[in-house]
Design a protein around this ligand. Structure first.
Ligand code: AMP
Ligand code: MG
Length: 410
């Protein structure tokens, strides 16, 4: 069996995933969900000219010569709190007291902040003065937030495939989008496999280890915006694997994800069970850690089998499963941003595309990468201590301290 490149393996996987469908949700439930339609503004933002300051709406040309020693005094003809709609029209010599966010009255073209007048009172309930003396000249438009300066009616603001962040929800609210079309959340059935595995709450017995992958992978699945169905641990017996997979198939999942049992192992029934009702191909991918990988389908549900070593499972998730979940989620897949970091130490690789666990921190203004712990694929502490994965391209066997490499921040 020849080695597949990481890119080739990933694109074979990605070609099998499409968005799982759409639904319409009320805005409050949309954080982290992926938009399923482009959004254009239904109204201007701001939707009316309004004051940027607490002050007085004025006509700028009235104040051409105003200075502190020779202020210009205006008649205050209206009081405009936020939330009201003024009916007054200012003429030369007049002003209206106005609060931040309140609509500009007709006739006015600028706002003079209270600090630039003889009426610097902002305590709630203070009535407007009869007159106000202004200490400063200003230009038309000063301290006015004009209609449409932020967003104009009809302007495209968010694109389908965008993952909604808190600020996006705020914009949608401002634009009156109460019901939002989003892609459905993918559902992933997760199982661990191996006779050596025991649940977290059981005491260790000779030869046994606790199942860590279930916890790490479930959290990664949720982090990627998908729901997880925990199937538990399959023992190395055919009936056990059959039972768990049959359960997954009845639960309307979009992906079955397993860990372990993809390397050449004598007690591997996953392959037999999956193949009996689907297909499974075992790949050797030109990467480290995580060379063995299985991909196929069980009862028409895509199946990905990650290696069992905890670090291999973690890296395999980031390299193959996260992009697949992005594809299922309606996100543009596999475009995770990479940053450039500088190696703080010499590193060596075996020429496979390597994902090294590293701690990246700023040193003298430069992002500097230090390897985190022992790099063996079973050493969980290395990913616990890491905040980044360094990506060493295939074909590279050594890199000297000071050289730059790509990294994913974790
Ligand atoms: P395998 O892929 O089955 O050859 O397993 C590789 C290594 O990963 C073995 O040392 C297993 O004990 C370990 N392993 C497999 N599954 C898990 C799991 N769910 N949690 C922690 N370690 C595991
Ligand atoms: Mg095993």
């Amino acid at each position: 069996m020849s080695l597949l490149s990481v890119d080739e393996a990933r694109s074979r996987i990605l070609s099998q995933f499409e968005p799982v469908g759409t639904e319409t949700l009320s805005l409050a439930g949309c954080a982290g969900r992926v938009l399923a339609a482009d959004v254009a503004a239904q109204n201007n933002l701001p939707s009316f000219d309004n004051s940027a300051m607490d002050g007085f709406a004025v006509i700028a040309s009235d104040l051409v010569d105003a200075v502190r020693v020779s202020p210009r005094t205006l008649e205050v003809v209206a009081d405009i709190p936020a939330g009201t709609s003024p009916t007054v029209t200012l003429v030369s010599g007049q002003a209206a007291r106005i609060m931040t966010g309140a609509p500009m009255p007709k006739g006015a073209d600028a706002v003079i902040p209270v600090e630039e007048t003889d009426f610097d009172h902002r305590a709630p309930g203070t009535p407007a003065p009869k007159t106000v003396s202004v200490y400063k000249s200003l230009n038309a438009g000063d301290y006015v937030r004009a209609q449409g300066t932020d967003v104009q009616t009809g302007q495209p603001v968010l694109k389908s495939g965008h993952k909604l962040r808190p600020q996006d929800l705020g914009l949608l609210a401002m634009l009156g989008v109460a019901e939002v079309p989003v892609y459905g959340r993918p559902r992933v059935a997760l199982l661990s496999s191996g006779d050596e595995l025991i649940p977290v709450d059981e005491p260790l017995r000779p030869g046994k280890i606790r199942d860590s992958n279930t916890y790490t992978l479930a959290a990664l699945i949720e982090d990627a915006g998908a729901e997880v169905l925990r199937l538990g641990i399959a023992s190395d017996r055919r009936e056990s694997v059959e039972g768990l997979l049959a359960n997954a198939a009845t639960q309307k999942v979009d992906l079955i994800l397993s860990s372990a049992g993809v390397s050449v192992g004598a007690f591997d029934f996953i392959k037999d069970v999956v193949e009996a009702q689907g297909e499974l191909t075992f790949w050797r991918v030109n990467m480290r850690p995580g060379k063995p990988l299985a991909f196929g389908s069980f009862k028409n549900i895509p199946f990905i089998g990650l290696p069992g070593n905890p670090v291999s499972a973690f890296v395999g998730f980031e390299v193959f499963v996260r992009p697949a979940l992005e594809g299922l989620s309606g996100l543009e897949a596999g475009n995770r941003p990479r940053i450039r970091v500088r190696l703080a130490e010499n590193i060596s690789s075996d020429g496979r595309e390597s994902y090294l666990r590293a701690n990246v921190r700023e040193e003298d203004g430069i992002l500097s990468a230090h390897l985190a712990g022992h790099q063996g694929s079973g050493n969980l502490l290395s990913i616990v201590q890491a905040n980044a994965l360094l990506i060493i391209p295939a074909g590279v066997k050594s890199l000297a301290a000071g050289m730059e490499v790509d990294a994913w921040l974790l």
